[in-house]
Design a protein around this ligand. Sequence first.
Ligand code: 5GP
Length: 116
Amino acid sequence: MAEETIFSKIIRKEIPADVVYQDDLVTAFRDINPRAPSHLLIIPNKLIPTVNDIEVEDEAAMGRMFTVARKLAAEEGIAEDGYRLIMNCNVHGGQEVYHIHMHLVGGRPLGPLLLN
Ligand code: 5GP
């Protein structure tokens, strides 16, 4: 059984977060350390530690993450100019929180490929 992270507490509203969207499959909230004017995290409500742990049964939640990303990008007003979706995996990917999350980053030109 994977160990819960702070993101499970955010899903259950046990700790404060700026939650911008939640449904039966996913939750989205503002990153506590935004790297751009818009920096949201979209996560499955189910604890999946890394992309390596995604199962076929998780496909609905994975698909929902993308449709919610599209919706939130429009709401943030960044859809037309563009944005970046990022999922880091394990140490070499720079993953810090072991509950998979899609970063939705935009609101300024992001430069080539990497955030920093
Ligand atoms: P990773 O490096 O794992 O892809 O990204 C983890 C992200 O989660 C970081 O951008 C970090 O700022 C964000 N983060 C970590 N802890 C919290 C928290 O307690 N609340 C919020 N809103 N974001 C967090």
